[in-house]
Design a protein around this ligand. Structure first.
Ligand SMILES: [Zn+2]
Length: 116
């Protein structure tokens, strides 16, 4: 079954990711634009900052703070390879470290106040 490029309209291989005629990325059979490894890394870098920003509020409830900062760490570690969004990955990592510690202090203080 043949597929046609969404940009130039020429016939291309049904498994093609990039059109051989115009070089534009074409949609996968499931209708989604296929993501290159670079796109995924860029997305991780952006996610790292998003989770970092959520952590600013989330640490107030330590359990949510831990989840958000850990997601921040995971995304930042992959997003560091991004050329475009490396700054966001670093910002996300820094925020994650700060608010992971804030969550930790918060839960320790919570335990102390419960015991006292
Ligand atoms: Zn094309």
């Amino acid at each position: 079954m043949a597929k046609f490029c969404t940009n130039c309209g020429k016939e291309i291989d049904e498994n093609a990711v990039i059109c051989v005629h115009c070089g534009v990325q074409v949609k996968a059979n499931n209708g989604n634009v296929t993501m290159s490894e670079e796109d995924i890394i860029d997305k991780k870098a952006k996610n790292a900052l998003t989770f970092g920003l959520i952590s600013i509020v989330a640490w107030i409830i330590p359990i949510i703070g831990y989840v958000m900062t850990i997601l921040g760490f995971v995304n930042a570690s992959k997003g560091m390879k991004s050329e475009k969004y490396k700054g966001r990955a670093i910002a996300g990592l820094v925020l994650s470290i700060i608010f992971f510690l804030a969550s930790l202090c918060n839960s320790i203080l919570g335990v102390i106040s419960t015991l006292s």
